[in-house]
Every structure is written in C-alpha cells, then in structure tokens.
Design a protein around this ligand. Structure first.
Ligand SMILES: C[S@@+](CC[C@H](N)C(=O)[O-])C[C@H]1O[C@@H](n2cnc3c(N)ncnc32)[C@H](O)[C@@H]1O
Ligand SMILES: [Zn+2]
Length: 284
C-alpha cells in the first residue's frame, strides 16, 4: 500500500517530501500525481521515457512461472542476502515485475516496507497487490529515482535494470544493493533453440565495472539447479523472457511443442551483495 512508503518518496520535479491526499500523491510545493484505481502512482515526469517495459502477457507468464515455485531457490537467496544485512529503513526493487521477490524479502523483514518500481503499467498493477507493505510506482529506473536521498536500507535488482549513481544516492550509509544476474549457463537448453535470446557472456564483468566505484562487493553466491518443466511452464518461461519481444505467440508455441513434457532446464544465477561506499565517487 502506498501509505506505508509515502514517507520515502521525493517529488520527481522538485525533490521535496510527498504526502497522500485522497487519490493523489502531493509534494510540499504542490506538484500532484494521481493514484490509479489499481493502486499504483505514476511518478513519470513529462520527459517521456523511451522504455515501456514488459507487456501484460509477459507479466502474466512471469507471475505464473514464479507462482509455481520454479525459481524459489533464487527468490530465497535474494531474501537471505537482504536479511543478512539488517535494516528496516525500506527496500526498493527496480524493475520489480510482479513484486514477488520484494514480497518475499518483506516477509523476512517484518519491520520493513517496500517500493516496487517498474516502467510497465501491467507490472505496477500487479505490484500494487503483491504485499500489504509494498507500494507500487510507475517510473523509469534509468531516470532520477523518486526516492529521498539516503532513505533506504536495501535496493534489489533481479534480472532488471540498475542505475549505480541513483542507487548510491537513495541508499543510507552502509545500505546494500542486492543484484541477481544470469550466468551464460542460465536456461542454456532453451537458449540454444532457434530464435531465443542468449545471455551476454560479459554481463558479470560489466556489472562489477559499473558498480565498483560506488559499492564494495560484500558477498557473491552462485545458485545452480535443474528444473524439470512441464510444457505449460516452458511456455511461461519463454513468454516471460526477452525472446517474447521478437517471437510471435505462434512461434513460441511451435518451439515448445516439440520439447518433451518434463524438459530439464538449468537455472544458473549469481546473487551478489554490494555495500554502499561513503564519500567520493569515481567512475560512472
Ligand atoms: C526480466 S523482468 C524482471 C522482473 C522481476 N524483477 C523478476 O525477476 O521477476 C525486467 C523488469 O524490468 C522492467 N523494466 C525494464 N526497463 C525498465 C526501466 N527503464 N525502468 C523500470 N523498469 C524497467 C520490465 O518492465 C520488467 O518488469
Ligand atoms: Zn514537487
């Protein structure tokens, strides 16, 4: 609910504190933002974003796949990484999708509250009802994040964008960024099929380069497991990923049709925890 996190918000126009007033989020200087009837607030500014995020179909597939528990080891590793650096200041998830990772982090930290930020409308609609202590915000993670400086104990980025300078700004001293990124082995049995998008081999190196000026790596956990997926789960998995942007529903269905019902797929993800460095910042 937005009322649990309103005190963390900063106006995207003037950075002043914000409050709730009926169906509006209002800043001290009078900038106002409507709360949608589905419960999220759009803090996108007039400068249109070039991102639209995931489609309604992708979000529905993601909710079904995660809801069936196939990625529970990843979800648990993210929750454990957060709980190992305790702070009840607040959690922000960038590109929160369905809000399921954030919900599990909040379940492990009963005194905290969360902001689920996503640039996709179907995502924030779902995030708004994902957890009683989560507020949903439509915003672009690559722009200024509409959160007060130093307000948060944790930021999460799970298969999602991160914005090193803004994450550094919104975290409190000693605050942590928890990042989950796929390794080149992630979903390798599917990625080798025609039309599927593969993981960039240098993703982990690029992540370190982008964060190391502002953050100190605290922990790194590799999670690897095999999923035996029925066809419905395979369809959801293909439908929720980047391949959904350039394969038609028909092409995806044909691809999955020829796979056995109970196809083994590898999950391989690194969950890393980065502690905010104080003082001068180098690099970008
Ligand atoms: C691969 S999904 C991951 C979602 C969720 N973290 C999960 O793992 O289930 C990436 C998410 O980032 C969102 N996204 C993409 N670009 C974004 C941006 N510029 N700002 C905010 N969210 C963005 C998409 O809409 C999508 O929900
Ligand atoms: Zn304002």
């Amino acid at each position: 609910m937005l009322d649990s996190v309103i005190g963390l918000f900063a106006c995207p126009h003037c950075e002043s504190a914000m409050d709730l007033d009926d169906a509006t989020v209002l800043c001290e200087r009078g900038h106002s933002f409507d709360i949608a009837r589905q419960g999220y607030v759009s803090l996108l500014t007039g400068a249109a974003t070039r991102f639209t995020g995931d489609t309604a179909e992708m979000i529905a597939d993601r909710a079904a796949f995660l809801g069936a528990g196939h990625y529970d080891p990843i979800r648990d590793a993210v929750a454990t990484a957060c709980a190992s650096v305790p702070s009840d200041s607040g959690v922000l998830e960038l590109g929160a999708g369905t809000g399921q990772y954030l919900a599990s982090v909040l379940d492990g930290m009963p005194g905290s509250r969360g902001i689920g930020l996503d640039v996709s409308k179907p995502a924030v609609r779902r995030i708004a009802r994902s957890h009683p202590r989560t507020g949903a915000v439509l915003a672009d993670a690559w722009a200024q994040i509409p959160v007060r400086s130093g307000a948060l104990g944790h930021v999460l980025s799970v298969f999602a964008p991160r914005n090193a300078s803004e994450v550094h700004r919104v975290l409190e001293p000693g605050g942590t960024l928890v990042v989950a990124t796929p390794t080149p082995d992630h979903l390798r049995e599917l990625v080798s099929l025609p039309g599927m998008v593969s993981v960039d081999e240098h993703k982990t190196e690029r992540l370190s380069a982008a964060l190391s000026g502002r953050f100190e790596r605290h922990e790194r956990t590799e999670i690897r497991f095999t999923m035996e997926l029925p066809r419905t789960a395979l369809e959801a998995l293909v439908g929720m990923g980047p391949s959904a942007f350039h394969l038609t529903v028909q092409q995806r269905a044909e691809m999955v049709e020829v796979l056995p019902d109970g196809f083994e797929v590898t999950a391989s993800v690194v969950v890393s925890t980065w502690v905010r460095k104080d003082g001068a910042v180098s690099g970008d």
